[in-house]
Each structure stands twice: as C-alpha cells, then as structure tokens.
Design a binder for this molecule. Sequence first.
Ligand code: PGA
Length: 255
Amino acid sequence: MSQLTPLIAGNWKMNGNKSLISEFTQVFNSQAIDGIDVLICPPSVYIESLSQQVINNNSVINVGAQNVSEQMSGAFTGEISVDMLNEVNATFVIVGHSERRAIFGETPELVAEKYKMALDNNITPILCSGETDQEREDDKTFDVIATDIDAVVNLTGIESFKNGVIAYEPVWAIGTGKSATPEQAQAVHHFIRSHLAKYDAEVAQGVRILYGGSVNEKNAAELFKQNDINGALVGGASLVSDKFMTICQNAQSSL
Ligand code: PGA
C-alpha cells in the first residue's frame, strides 16, 4: 500500500438493519482506529440513522450511499438525489457497482453522469469497475476498465479523479469467496494507475484505488501489501463487525 490514506468501505447491499448500525457505530468509536478512513454504505433508508448514530457514539465511520440518481429531482420513482444524500450527511457514494450494471442495466455513460453529479455536489464518488469471468478469459479486463474510466474522463475530465475513488471489483470475485490473488489485483490496479497517468501523472498518483471481491479478515493483509492497493470495498465481511474491524486493522498495520 502506498502513502495514500487507506479507505476501507463496507457495502451492505440490501442487508442490515438499525441494530446493526448501532453495533457498528459503537464498535468503531473514536478510539477504535486511526490513520485510515472507514466508510459504511447501508441501504439508503438507513443512511440518516447511521449519520445520527455516528454523532451519538462519537464514531469514526464515514457515511455513504450505494447509488444516486444522475437527475437533480423530479418524476423518477424510486430514485434518490444528491440533495437528499447531502441532507442526511452522506459524504460518499458508490457508482457503477457491477450489480447495478448487470441487474439494472447501467451503462458506462450513465455511471459517468452519476459520478459527475456526486462530485459536483460535494459527495465523493467511488467508481466501480471490473471484468466478468468471460471477459477475463477473453483477455478483455483492461479494455472493460479503460472504457469505464474513459467514460468519466470524457464527460468530466481527468481532474475529476482528484476527488474521486476507484474500486477494482472483478465480477467473478464478488460474493463468490474467490478473491483475486494479491498479484492479480495489483496487476489491474497498476494498469488503472498507468491508464490515468496517460492523461495526468499527478492525478494518477493521488487517486485511491480499492480492491473489492471476497475481501475478508483472512486475505486482506496480503492484498494491502500491494503497492497500488489503497484499501478495500467489502461486501459480505462488512456485515460482521469483528471481521470488518480486523480488515480495518490490517489496513492500519500496512501503513
Ligand atoms: P463481497 O462484495 O465482498 O461480498 O464479494 C464486494 C462488493 O460487491 O462490493
């Protein structure tokens, strides 16, 4: 892990409840961990509760959302706007998670619009990108990732990665228990940084690149030893406070 502050982000997906939020904010109190950024992205109905519990328990947890609309407001049933996220004190948002791309048909262009909408409204976007099994077999991993990054660059410029985060999440590793090896992940993270450097070397050096896909309390330490891995986006293991804490402590020890 390089000198960038590690970010350990939990993506609860459609899981969790208010009591889990209380547990996390108590476990991650102000003494719990320092030197890294900890983030939880619960289902959107719980964001306000998380924000409130963070204050009540003097917790170090940052609050994020799993998705945001590319529209400001209006007749978009079921969607959530950046103003709403700001009002409940969400400071991060995941955009383009592979489940959103695969199940909800989000395209690289739409994800880029969401990325821009978040950034323009002072919410840090976490751009997810990764290849399927088939794409890896067809040697298309780098193409898939370059397409997702270029969609953002084309819409809003390379500078937009100064205040954003990227998460490499191979689809074949998500929820499967089969994480990428540290070497496999590092190779893709290195590609991402080199690709950004073609536009702007300084921006490329400054962007945090998280790895996601079956990260757990056993494999995290090895992943964090890699040069271009600046943290993790954690699904399943982010629902269990002691596992998530161990992952955070591993990130802290890697500093
Ligand atoms: P997982 O999910 O850790 O359960 O594989 C990661 C993600 O989808 O962000």
